[in-house]
Design a binder for this molecule. Structure first.
Ligand code: 5MM
Length: 340
C-alpha cells in the first residue's frame, strides 16, 4: 500500500469544491428507474445513458470522481473508447462500486447485510488495472421498531472495514458508505442517535482493521426525519444536526465527507449541503462534499427518456445539477440557480 498515493487521491476527490457523481446503480436498480419512464431495460440503453452522463460537456468542472458499476466500467463509447479513459481524459477520477448488494440478514428480520468480500482482492486488482482509483461499498441500516440491532450494525461495520483494508492494499481509496435509510416515520432525533451509533461502530472497526483514515472518504446519510414523519426540520436544523453528529463520530484525520442524497429531492439535497457549508465550512475538520446519484441524475433522466434527440438537453440538465452542488460546497447555492 502506498499511503501517500491514497492520501493524494482522497484529497483530490474532495478538492476544488467538487464532489462525486454516483452512476453505480446495479442493473436491477437502473432498470427500475428506466421502467418508470418507459425506457427499454437493456444493456445498450444502460450503456447509452452512462455515455450521455460521462460525455456531458463541462462535467469535470464540478465532479471530481465518477462511481461506476461493474458492467459500466467494462463498457465503451459507441466509437470503442473505454469509459474509464474518457473519464480520465475529462479530468475526472474513475471509481467503482464493489459490493455485491445488501441481502436479508439471517436471524435479523427487516435488516440487511452487504455482501461482496469473497474474491474481492482479485476484483480490486482487476479494477485498478482498468483505471479505477477508488471504490465504494454501501451498507444499509433500516430504522424501525427494535431496529437497527447491534448485530446488524456490527456485522455491516466489520464488512465495511474489511473492504476498506483490501481497497487500500490494492491502491484504491475506499469510499465507506453506511447509509441510515430515510424510509419510515422516525424523528430527526432518532436518525441522529442511529447515525452516531453506526458511525462510531464503523470507525472502531476501521481502526481495528488498520485502515489509514487519511486515505478514506466517508459517504454518510444526512441526519433527517424519516420520509413519512409529519415533522420535517428546516434546512438549517438539518445542517446543524448532521454536522454535530459527524463531529461526535468522525475523526479529523478523514479528509472528506461526501453525502449520499438517499431519495431527497435534488433541490433539498443541495440546500442542506449549502447550509452545512455556510455554517461549518470554516471550522469543520473535513471537507463537506457530495456523492449524489438521484440528486444529480434524475432531471436529466426524465428529459432523456431514451431518445437520441434529447441527449443535449439532458446533458444540460445534468451539468446544471452538478453545478448547483458545486455552488453548495461553496455556500453559494440559491434555489434560483435551478431555473438558469
Ligand atoms: C444510496 O445510494 C447511493 C447514492 O445515491 P443517492 O444519492 O441517489 O442516494 C448510490 O451510490 C447507490 O449505492 C447505488 O446507486 C447502488 O444502488 P444499488 O442498490 O443498485 O446497489
Amino acid at each position: 500500500m502506498n499511503a501517500q498515493g491514497l492520501m493524494d487521491t482522497a484529497k483530490m476527490l474532495v478538492a476544488d469544491d467538487k464532489g462525486l457523481l454516483a452512476i453505480d446503480e446495479s442493473n436491477a436498480t437502473c432498470n427500475t428507474r428506466f421502467a418508470r419512464l418507459g425506457i427499454p431495460q437493456t444493456e445498450e440503453t444502460r450503456r447509452a445513458w452512462r455515455e450521455l452522463i460521462l460525455t456531458t460537456p463541462g462535467l469535470g468542472e464540478c465532479v471530481s470522481g465518477l462511481i461506476l458499476y461493474d458492467e459500466t466500467i467494462r463498457q465503451t463509447k459507441k466509437d470503442g473508447m473505454p469509459f474509464a479513459k474518457i473519464i480520465t481524459d475529462a479530468g475526472i477520477i474513475p471509481g467503482v462500486k464493489v459490493d455485491t448488494g445488501a441481502k436479508d440478514m439471517a436471524g435479523h428480520p427487516g435488516e440487511k447485510i452487504t455482501e461482496g468480500l469473497d474474491g474481492l482482492r482479485d476484483r480490486l486488482t482487476e479494477y485498478f488495472q482498468m483505471g479505477a482509483r477508488f471504490a465504494k461499498w454501501r451498507a444499509v441500516i433500516a430504522v424501525g421498531d427494535g431496529i437497527p440491532s447491534r448485530g446488524c450494525i456490527e456485522a455491516n461495520a466489520h464488512a465495511l472495514a474489511r473492504y476498506a483494508a483490501l481497497c487500500q492494499e490494492a491502491g484504491l481509496v475506499p469510499v465507506v458508505e453506511p447509509e441510515v435509510l430515510m424510509d419510515g416515520a422516525h424523528s430527526l432525533k432518532r436518525c441522529f442517535e442511529v447515525t452516531e451509533e453506526v458511525l462510531q461502530a464503523v470507525f472502531s472497526q476501521l481502526h481495528t482493521q488498520r485502515v489509514s483514515l487519511e486515505g478514506v472518504i466517508l459517504k454518510p446519510n444526512m441526519v433527517l426525519a424519516g420520509l413519512t414523519s409529519s415533522r420535517q426540520e428546516t434546512v438549517e436544523e438539518v445542517a446543524d444536526a448532521t454536522v454535530t453528529c459527524l463531529l461526535r463520530a468522525v475523526p479529523a484525520a478523514v479528509p472528506g465527507i461526501a453525502f449520499l442524497s438517499g431519495g431527497q429531492s435534488g433541490e433539498l439535497a443541495s440546500a442542506r449541503l449549502n447550509a452545512m457549508n455556510v455554517r461549518f465550512k470554516a471550522r469543520a475538520p473535513w471537507a463537506l462534499a457530495f456523492s449524489f446519484a438521484r440528486a444529480i441524475q434524475q432531471p436529466a433522466l426524465e428529459i432523456w427518456q431514451g431518445e437520441e434527440a434529447r441527449v443535449l438537453a439532458a446533458q444540460r440538465a445534468l451539468y446544471q445539477r452538478a453545478r448547483c452542488n458545486r455552488a453548495a460546497r461553496r455556500g453559494e447555492y440559491d434555489a434560483a440557480m435551478e431555473r438558469i
